[in-house]
Design a protein around this ligand. Structure first.
Ligand SMILES: [Zn+2]
Length: 347
């Protein structure tokens, strides 16, 4: 199986070493992939900047201009959490273009799956403003590219970042062509992602939010993926699967308090593979989102890669090991959330 990797050293140019979302995140991933040998087995995909036409099919021209001008003015903050450097505008164009390039490579059958190792992340970026470390919504733009340039009718976005992808949800809330599935710690930043947010109009029922309590770990995520994501996806029948892959649900991550392990991510990746194999032979594109413990992040990416190549998720390298204090699979709080989501979405 050929795996494509989208990467450019230019992704390191958007950087603030004192910020959790710093360039060292990507360097850590590349280092682990190189040590493992995966890096040399991959088909390299060179990113191109997103076209202005594609970018403004989601973001307003005013917002795009605001990012360009603010970045050009020197080091600045777009909001409390989101920094800009003089390079950030160009790097953000290349990040969005990178996920798009991954989609192009998969749809052209040049590769069977692609990992877009891009920065800055994108899932919090709303049409009219960036937030939460995100400038442009990379995964949403890639979904639009597949729908509008390749005549796809159904794209699934699986967002396992620990934060809710409010920007992605907003982009497709009224759009039935995309099913957006998200697991996230709740209540937590950015505050959206309640079960009752299910889409409206043509998009009614196409937003599947699974807000999870702090402490949810491998067992809980596994239940959610098998009992909610799997049946909902098989009903939707996606022609392409995009993964907003944040590795911040890991137990060692400092930005949240979930309890997933690297092997837990591997099991989640296995369900993604099962969906893609059933609905759209292969066709998985990973778009990197968060993940702030460098080891968990790098080994989480490697685990996804190996599982999509066919490795048993129980056998992937997990140097950090399991969490010691996760919620059990039959935790009543978790049980109730799963039951409610299944009832709301008639699963
Ligand atoms: Zn996150």
């Amino acid at each position: 199986m050929t795996i494509g990797v989208v990467y450019s050293p230019r992704y390191l140019e958007h950087n603030d070493p004192s910020h959790p979302e710093h360039a060292g995140r990507l360097e850590a991933i590349v280092q682990v992939l190189q040590q493992d040998g995966a890096w040399d087995e991959a088909e390299p995909i060179t990113p191109q900047p997103v076209s202005r036409e594609r970018l403004t099919s989601l973001h307003t021209a005013d917002y795009v201009e605001q990012v360009r001008q603010t970045a050009a003015s020197g080091r600045a903050w777009l909001d409390m959490d989101t920094y800009l450097t003089p390079a950030s505008y160009q790097v953000a164009l290349l990040a969005a273009g990178g996920v798009i390039q991954g989609v192009e490579a998969v749809l052209a059958e040049q590769v069977e799956a692609a990992l877009a190792l891009v920065r800055p992340p994108g899932h919090h970026a709303r049409p009219t403003r960036g937030m939460g470390f995100c400038l442009f919504n990379n995964v949403a733009l890639a979904a639009l590219q597949a729908l509008e340039n390749h005549d796809l009718e159904r794209v699934l976005i699986i967002d396992w970042d620990v934060h809710h992808g409010n920007g992605t949800q907003e982009a497709f809330y009224h759009d039935g062509r995309v099913m957006y599935f998200s697991t996230h710690q709740f209540p937590y930043y950015p505050g959206t992602g309640a079960i009752q947010e299910t889409g409206a109009g043509a998009g009614a029922g196409c937003i599947v939010n699974v807000p999870l309590p702090a402490g949810t770990g491998d067992a809980g995520y596994r239940r959610v993926f098998e009992e909610i994501l799997l049946p909902a996806s098989l009903r939707f029948r996606p022609q392409l699967v995009l993964v907003s892959a944040g590795f911040d649900p890991h137990w060692a991550d400092g930005l949240a308090t979930m309890r997933v392990s690297v092997r837990g991510f591997a099991h989640m990746a296995a369900t993604v593979r099962q969906i893609a194999q059933a609905c759209c032979p292969g066709r998985i594109v990973l778009a990197l989102e968060g993940g702030y413990n460098l080891q968990a992040l790098a080994y989480g990416v490697l685990a996804s890669w190996r599982v999509w190549e066919g490795r048993d998720p129980a056998s992937v390298d997990d140097p950090l090991g399991p969490a010691r204090d996760e919620r059990p699979a039959d935790d009543p709080n978790l049980e109730q959330i799963i039951e409610t989501v299944r009832a709301v979405h008639e699963l």
